[in-house]
Write a protein that binds this ligand. Structure first.
Ligand code: SAM
Length: 257
């Protein structure tokens, strides 16, 4: 077994994260750069060191999980999303939504703000999951740097963000109460069901084609008939009908009823 393959096998045993389901060239390149920077010439020694050094392991996990996110990422898509959900939702019921691979929480908070334009907070239930516990902790706390909050429309900022000091703000208790942050591995854990909405953006790109296909089936099963799946900019689903999904607009699919 080669050095990288043996790292992948040992990493799986240590963390439960199966790197064989991530696109190898991209992942190996990312991890090699970090390994070299830390002065290791092979993955065997690097992992050995990381397993005995929490900081090194945290850095490795951080590199691997790629937590980049922002509020209202691709704002025009969020506008289309809001319009679709407002039209599609079952009146007066509670809207059950899932932000899958939510990173540090910007996506589920954006969902809550978008939904708040046409429903009360008590009418929404948002599940926000990720494989990275550190990222989830940030989301749970709901505290962000003021610069990061600037992409939120001013009226929403006024309504939902409390300024803590000039450099940071926190989402109000009422909106935080609508979002449950949970640890979840898309590649191995069970999926929730009867959902009205699934948002899964900017994570499919890291997975192999096989892994992606399995996810499309599982997301489709998670949705109620007529429910909506929102994917990332470079993550269009080809032959979506195969998975029981019909494209209704670029980046949006509905579960065939
Ligand atoms: C680039 S971020 C995307 C964040 C957000 N969805 C957005 O579009 O702004 C990718 C996230 O996927 C998460 N991730 C990677 N592999 C995962 C897996 N197997 N299960 C769940 N989350 C995963 C990472 O931890 C990271 O937070």
């Amino acid at each position: 077994m080669g050095d990288y393959d043996s790292f992948v096998a040992k990493f799986y045993t240590a963390t439960g994260i199966d790197l064989t389901q991530y696109r190898q060239s991209q992942m190996e390149r990312r991890l090699t750069t970090l390994r070299d920077r830390r002065g290791y010439t092979n993955f065997t020694h690097y992992l050995e060191a990381a397993l005995h050094d929490a900081d090194l392991m945290a850095e490795l996990m951080d590199r691997l999980t790629i937590n980049v996110s922002s509020f209202y990422r691709n704002p025009e898509r969020w506008q289309s999303f809001g319009a679709l959900i407002a039209k599609n939702r079952e009146q007066n019921g509670v809207l059950r939504a899932w932000s899958a691979a939510c990173s540090t929480g910007q996506e589920p908070y954006t969902m809550a703000m978008v939904f708040s334009e046409f429903m009360t907070l008590s009418q929404m239930e948002i599940l926000a999951t990720d494989i990275d516990p550190h990222a989830l902790r940030v989301g749970q706390l709901g505290i962000y740097h003021s610069d990061d909050l600037l992409t939120i429309p001013a009226p929403m900022r006024g309504r939902f963000i409390h300024t803590l000091d000039p450099s940071q703000g926190r989402f109000s208790d009422d909106v935080r109460a609508r979002i449950s942050f949970k640890l979840h591995n898309l590649l191995s854990d069970d999926f929730p069901n009867h959902l009205d909405v699934v948002v899964c953006r900017n994570v499919f790109i890291y997975f192999t084609d096989d892994a992606k296909e399995k996810l499309y089936y599982k997301f489709s099963e998670s949705l109620r008939p007529g429910g909506i799946l929102f994917v990332g900019s470079t993550e269009q689903i080809f032959h979506s009908e195969t998975y029981g999904l019909t494209q209704i607009a670029p980046f949006f699919y509905t579960k065939i009823g």
